[in-house]
Design a binder for this molecule. Structure first.
Ligand code: BG6
Length: 547
């Protein structure tokens, strides 16, 4: 993550002549391990790659024939190559079960780039990338695959000068994570030597509940150091999510009012118009709560509500996020009944098109009780947030695709305009629009011109596109760039993952025990079940819905 790092060009760099001398003294004084620890935790030492290409890297993709590789990883690597963010010493090795040789794999990826790139294709860049692309076929469970992998990586490492820096991206079903990492460990393929890095990237689901998440973490940690594990939450790759931190901490005027004294409540909405598409099998096991809340919604909540870290070093940021997640008031079964809603979509109309009910989607049980919508009220036990409700909701087949954070401020303390036609003023609302219409707006009251004092609601509006254009991105560029740099700020640490599950586990248990009573149906194309409106209405509040 580039933006919030305090790495201005005016700051000293370890490439500077004087600093190089200091580096020697520093290593000499402290000795290897201690110097490395200090180095890893000191932002000054992270400047070496800023504004330059990444360190030499051999990028190994398990699941090279899958959708994630095709739709996200390859287009993101193409974009990084196009923006000259990849090192010259770079190679990609795809591993998957389908038998294929490197030549055919290059042909396939070439077609994928052609089909899916969001940039106009530049033949030179495409060739540069394809020339560095290799394929190894093998079953992820078969130890022979890892023997072949050993040979392949050492050959490619020598051929492309990747200096022993191996990045393993597990773009596979989560059931393979433990197996692959253990086999890599057994073959010594994740052992870091002085000066080389071995990193493993995995993507959610990180378990199915708290217990399975703990067990997965345990397996990963039995082979890897925490600093080698990069757990991706693709929401943190979104510029607008990263911008929450910049908005809060790079500006002086917001933090003083960012607390219970001024904020009435916060809403976080992630609404989708899509249904479960081709993911019925996964989704009918997971449901909206597991799929979206312990990861994406709580990550957004973390950025919105955490205390300012004292540096933008990965550990400092993740410590603050963990502190915040730990402070979420745990729910007992009565709280779950009163403060959460589960919904499932019926048939309906979306964008003028009839869509089927959830229970008749492919690979979904016709009697499924799985939720496709959830809403909840959370409280954070801290001096900053005591008593401020955080309303979270997410669902499929809703009226509009919109992800946003709404900060509603308290009303003015005195109704000065009581004797005018205005007897109630609308409170100020700050909306951070994450997608699709990226921007930030602040609404406030203004006098409508005329002899009477009439107050109207107006907006100050910032649109990303107006200032920064529409940079095509898959959302993975920053994350891949950061893994290569060894910057874990935007990745989930094991405690963050477990704390997320700790929040939702009690909800899952109560819903399971309620069976059919837990689910409230809603029409596709609506804003979810009426029970979710009632959740806010009982507090005298309303969701901010869009037409
Ligand atoms: C994924 C979920 O993590 O996020 C999907 O598994 C969901 O169910 C998706 O559709 C939403 O991501 P985005 O970036 O489209 O908002």
């Amino acid at each position: 993550m580039n933006t919030p790092h305090p790495r201005s060009s005016s700051e000293s760099s370890i490439h500077h002549k004087d600093s190089v001398q200091e580096q020697h003294t520093f290593e000499d004084l402290l000795g290897g391990t201690e110097a490395k620890t200090l180095r890893d935790h000191n932002p000054l030492f992270h400047q070496a790659n800023h504004g330059q290409t990444r360190p030499p890297t051999l990028f190994v993709i398990f699941g090279a024939q899958g959708d994630l590789t095709k739709r996200k990883l390859i287009p993101a690597l193409y974009n990084l190559a196009a923006s000259r963010h990849l090192p010259q010493e770079f190679a990609i090795l795809g591993v998957d079960g389908i038998a294929m040789d490197t030549e055919d794999f290059r042909l396939k990826i070439s077609q994928d780039i052609q089909e899916l790139s969001n940039l106009p294709i530049d033949a030179t860049i495409k060739k540069w990338l394809l020339d560095r692309l290799y394929y190894l076929s093998g079953d992820f469970r078969d130890p022979h695959t890892y023997e072949s992998l050993q040979q392949a990586v050492s050959q490619l490492n020598a051929q492309h000068g990747t200096q022993g820096n191996y990045l393993y991206y597990l773009a596979t079903a989560s059931s393979f994570f433990g197996e692959i990492v253990q086999q890599l460990g057994e073959k010594g393929l994740v052992k870091q030597n002085e000066g080389s890095s071995r990193r493993v990237v995995i993507e959610k689901p990180f378990g199915h509940d708290l217990e399975s998440a703990q067990s997965l973490n345990h397996t990963l940690r039995s082979v890897l150091a925490e600093s080698q594990i990069y757990r991706i939450d693709h929401y943190l790759g979104k510029e607008t999510v990263q911008n929450i931190l910049v908005f809060r901490f790079a500006n002086g005027i917001f933090e003083p009012v960012w607390n219970r004294n001024y904020i009435d409540h916060v809403q976080i909405t992630v609404a989708e118009t899509l249904g479960v598409e081709h993911r019925g099998t996964y989704y009918d096991n997971a449901g909206a709560l597991r799929d979206m809340v312990p990861n994406h919604l709580l990550q957004i909540l973390g950025f919105v509500a955490m205390e300012p870290p004292n540096t933008f070093d990965a550990e400092a940021v993740r410590n603050e996020k963990a502190k915040l997640l730990r402070a979420i008031e745990p729910m007992n079964p009565v709280d779950v009944l009163q403060s959460t809603v589960a919904g499932q979509y019926r048939a309906g109309i979306i964008n003028g098109r009839h869509v089927p009910p959830y229970c008749s989607e492919t690979n979904v049980s016709p009697k499924s009780l799985r939720e496709t919508y959830t809403a909840m009220t959370l409280f954070i036990e801290s001096w900053r947030w005591e008593g401020v409700p955080f309303y979270l909701r997410t669902g499929k087949r809703l009226n509009k695709r919109v992800t946003e954070v709404v900060i509603q401020f308290k009303s003015a303390p005195l109704m000065l305009f009581r004797k005018t036609p205005v007897d109630r003023l609308t409170p100020n609302v700050l909306v951070i629009r994450i997608q699709p219409d990226e921007g930030i707006s602040l609404s406030f009251g203004a006098k409508i011109p005329g002899p009477q004092v009439q107050v109207g609601n107006v907006d100050m509006d910032f649109q990303y596109a107006d200032y920064f254009g529409d940079a095509p991105s898959t959302g993975y560029e920053t994350l891949l760039h950061d893994v290569m740099d060894g910057d874990a700020t935007l990745f989930q640490r094991s405690d963050n993952v477990e704390l997320g599950w700790q929040v939702v586990d009690p909800i899952l248990k109560v819903w399971d025990s309620l069976g059919t009573h837990a689910i409230h149906h809603y029409d596709s194309g609506s804003w979810g079940p009426s029970e979710a409106d009632a959740l806010l209405a009982k507090d005298g509040r309303k969701w901010r819905n869009h037409d």
